[in-house]
Write a protein that binds this ligand. Structure first.
Ligand SMILES: [Zn+2]
Length: 402
């Protein structure tokens, strides 16, 4: 494949403060080989370079959605939707969701819970070039207690021996990380309450110990404050939802001691709110919504790194949209350039992909999103891709090809 040169009115390499007016990116196969001003990069390009110019547009790194479930169909009952469905049908559904993520400008996604390791299989097929899709970081079936949150995905384990065995089996499936349901959740009938811890602190330490023996990080689903505290002490890598829900569900805590430990250890929080976050806030009511927004600001003040994800697949969180979810952080008060950094550079770091993707830099994967105008003045343009390159391959969005 000849070299390809992409130029635009501005290039945002990813980190806050970096902006190249009249910039360009040079791509060789699947890798970025040069980035800089158009003039400088043009001089370095081969004579037969294939160029694509995007005047009036911005080139930035492909976006990273840190929390999805490819196996669930949005709007469907999650339990019924995966229970009696054949593996072939589920894989077909997941491949469709992977294409939709590309349509939304997402070039890397973390799947935090599938059935039978199907997201791992999809990942391998995407990696082999058999199917289009973003880079998939897959957790396999989440670990839970018998009849616990999301038990129907097949990750139940009871007691230390079974937990160790479950982690080993998930690693053997080829998982990139371990997902553990530290607290209950909202989608599983008759399972522990959202704020209740499903595991003892000792059991959590066992899971993290066994995962790190296999070289795997741990993502912890935790709504309750005690569940969050135990996950932090056990040494997990990320906390999902991180709701700080008080026992009984009647309010929210701000535990500075726990938050400071979390920040000190660089444990990321992914609150995983959907693109329709205003609808989410409405459902909570004004008073509770204000408390929730305050808690986001508090986590940020304490120094907890936040990463965006949408929990796509659940409720009404579609795979077709990601940019809308970033508006939540603007509502909370984050500057736009910081939000872009969170959805690219910071997320890549949290997923262990530093140096591979998440920024436009030499030797990084050619994961490029081209959007009209300037996302630094309007984040909404992130949802209107003009072009997407994933690992060097240009994606043809469904709307353009139909
Ligand atoms: Zn989830």
């Amino acid at each position: 494949m000849p070299q390809r040169l992409f130029t635009a009115s501005q290039v945002l390499p990813g980190p806050c403060g970096q902006r190249i007016p009249d910039g360009a990116v040079l791509v060789d196969d699947a890798t970025i080989t040069e980035i800089g001003t158009r003039e400088a990069v043009e001089r370095l390009a081969a004579d037969d370079v294939v160029r694509q110019d995007f005047p009036g547009s911005t080139i930035l790194p492909g976006l990273i959605n840190c929390h999805v479930h490819l196996v669930f169909d949005p709007g469907q009952d999650p339990v019924a939707g995966v229970h009696d469905v054949s593996e072939a049908d589920l894989l077909e559904r997941m491949a469709r969701h992977a294409r939709q993520l590309l349509d939304a400008g997402v070039t890397t996604v973390r799947d935090l819970g599938d059935r039978d390791g199907l997201a791992i299989r999809l990942r391998d097929r995407v990696n082999a070039g058999e199917l289009p899709g973003p880079r998939i970081v897959a957790a396999g079936p989440p670990i839970t207690v018998p009849q616990g949150h999301c038990w129907f995905l097949g990750g139940e384990a009871d007691g230390e021996r079974e937990l160790r065995d479950r982690v080993r089996r998930t690693a053997a499936l080829g998982a990139d990380l371990i997902k553990v349901m530290v607290s209950g959740g909202s989608i599983t009938p008759n399972s522990p309450a959202m704020w209740a811890s499903q595991f003892t602190p000792a059991e959590l330490r066992t899971i993290v110990e066994e995962a790190s023996a296999a070289g795997l990080p741990v993502a912890a689903h935790a709504h309750g404050t005690e569940a969050i505290a135990a996950a932090v002490d056990a040494g997990v890598t990320t906390i999902e939802h991180c709701t700080w829900l008080r026992d009984g569900g009647g309010g929210y805590d701000t535990r500075d001691d726990v938050a400071e430990r979390m920040a000190g250890r660089g444990i990321h929080a992914c609150v995983a709110w959907p693109p329709d976050w205003p609808g989410f806030l409405d459902r909570f009511g004004r008073e509770r919504a204000a408390l929730i927004i305050d808690r986001f600001r508090w986590m940020n003040r304490v120094g907890i790194p936040l990463i965006p994800g949408t929990d796509a697949g659940l409720g009404h969180s579609p795979f077709t949209e990601f940019a809308g979810a970033l508006g939540l952080y603007e509502h909370v008060g984050f500057p736009r350039e910081r939000i872009i950094e969170m959805a690219t550079v910071v997320s890549a770091g949290a997923l262990g992909l530093d140096g591979k993707t998440g920024r436009l830099a030499t030797c990084h994967s050619a994961d490029l999103l081209v959007v009209p105008g300037d996302p630094l003045t309007d984040l909404g343009v992130l949802g209107r891709q003009e072009s997407l390159v994933v690992r060097g391959q240009t994606w043809k969005p469904a709307a353009a090809s139909s």
